[in-house]
Write a protein that binds this ligand. Structure first.
Ligand code: NAP
Length: 415
């Protein structure tokens, strides 16, 4: 079936049945260790996730892990230059759910971002980032508990689509000639050019996923964040298509902010999700000053990238922020920070981001008890002040421990 991936003899595949997942009690889940600090934080995550399944289900449910490869390790297994093997791109959709550590992206040259490649090749169009505070985590704001949002960032389009031409090349000369001579633009001839495509399909896919998420969990609002005052036909259209989809497919469940004042005197009718929008720059202020007015947030690709890191900073930084890349069913859970190469192999960094991505994964499997148990055990561990260096330097009286010791303590604290 695969060139270098060994499919475990035990365990079963997760299946897609109609519009739901069918998860066996022993699902095979693929993992990519990742580069840099990846192996350290992956080992910690696996230990905690396995401990939670064992403690909550006593062997009746367990994950059967299957290693797949990308980045540096792929080159070791498949040969130099192979950083994203076909095996990996086939295994992820075949086994539906996967989890990964961070992967190196060379800046300004070398190969293309592996994360972007995976998102585009597997059509993982939604980057989902829940941002909430875990009690005890040091935060730069007075009320970190007021921020509890899930950011749905469109993952395949916008200026991240990877359509760009370098300054001085014959390709960019052709593009510039077309734009200046035929489209009436006046672009400097010493420019590099990138393209920002935003489609109805991409915008509606992410809006649908966010609205469904809000509906399933009875969340109060969905906010489209955009820069439509400047970029009318891309960001502005993103917002308009979002409202259109809410009306077309979720009309009974939603009310817009405008309707709320026109028809309901500002009071939300029982059971309705309020659909609203905010200009991107003002949203950075809103999440700091009025964080409790936001619940599910939907953004195009670039703004979502910025906003999710800014939001994560409010609740303790990227070391604590989980994420997932999702298509209609296929889901790839991942740490949101990078490979932090200077700490590689030191058993030092904070594995919470990947562990909390493991929590998202457990929730996605429907193993809610195990997911809740990990969050409670992590909160307990942090309140005991048993933490890695990054949190220790912000806490008084903390005991600074290694990645593996922190994971071991969380595993012990699972009840
Ligand atoms: P980074 O790896 O996220 O690290 C930047 C800094 O953030 C670290 O030096 C450290 O700060 C802190 N940090 C990151 N992860 C941490 C953790 N788990 N625990 C504690 N502190 C942590 O960002 P980068 O140096 O810009 O990127 C390095 C590589 O990662 C690049 O190749 C980049 O493309 C790649 N990357 C991959 C992904 C992904 O795979 N999803 C995402 C982002 C970046 P201090 O030194 O101040 O403690």
């Amino acid at each position: 079936m695969f060139e270098k991936v060994t499919v475990p003899e035990e365990g079963h595949k997760i299946e897609i049945a109609g519009d739901a997942l069918r998860v066996p009690d022993d699902p095979i889940i693929s993992f990519i260790e990742g580069d840099g600090i990846g192996p350290d934080i992956w080992a910690a995550t696996r230990r905690v996730v396995d401990a939670a399944a064992e403690k909550k289900y006593g062997g009746a449910r367990r994950i059967v892990w299957m290693e797949i490869f990308a980045g540096d390790k792929a080159q070791r297994v498949y040969g130099e230059g192979v950083v994203m093997p076909d095996d990996t791109l086939r295994a992820i959709p075949e086994f539906v759910v996967a989890i990964k550590g961070p992967l190196t992206t060379p800046v300004g040259g070398g190969y293309r971002s592996l994360n972007v490649t995976m998102r585009q090749k597997l059509d993982l169009y939604a980057c989902v980032r829940p941002v909430r505070w875990i009690q005890g985590v040091p935060s730069p704001v007075k009320h970190p508990e007021k921020l509890n949002v899930v950011i749905f960032r469109e993952n395949t389009e916008d200026v991240y689509a990877g359509i760009e031409w370098r300054e001085g090349t014959p390709e960019v000369a052709k593009v510039l000639a077309f734009m200046n001579e035929e489209m009436g633009c006046n672009i400097r001839l010493d420019s590099g050019v990138g393209v920002k495509p935003i489609s109805i399909t991409g915008s509606k896919n992410i809006a649908r996923k966010a609205l469904r998420y809000a509906g399933d969990r009875k969340l109060p609002s969905v906010t489209f964040v955009h820069k439509g005052n400047i970029m009318k036909f891309t960001e502005g259209a993103f917002k308009d298509w979002g409202y259109e989809l809410a009306r077309e497919e979720f009309g009974d469940e939603t009310v817009t902010e405008a309707e709320l004042w026109e028809k309901y005197d500002g009071k939300v009718p029982a059971g309705k999700i309020v659909v609203k929008d905010r200009i991107a720059d003002s949203m950075f202020q809103q999440i700091l000053l009025r964080p409790d007015e936001y619940s599910v947030v939907v953004t195009p690709n670039l703004n979502g990238d910025y906003l999710s890191d800014a939001a994560a900073a409010q609740v303790g930084g990227l070391g604590m922020a989980p994420g997932a890349n999702m298509g209609d069913f296929v889901a790839l859970f991942e740490a949101t920070h990078g490979t932090a190469p200077k700490y590689a192999g030191q058993d030092k960094v904070n594995p919470s981001s990947l562990i909390l991505s493991g929590v998202m994964m457990l929730e996605y499997l429907g193993w809610q008890e195990a997911a809740d148990a990990v969050v409670a055990a992590m909160a307990k561990t942090i309140q005991e002040k048993v933490v890695t260096y990054d949190l220790a330097r912000q806490m008084e009286g903390a005991r600074k421990v290694k990645t593996s010791e922190y994971a071991a303590r969380i595993a012990e604290n699972i009840s």
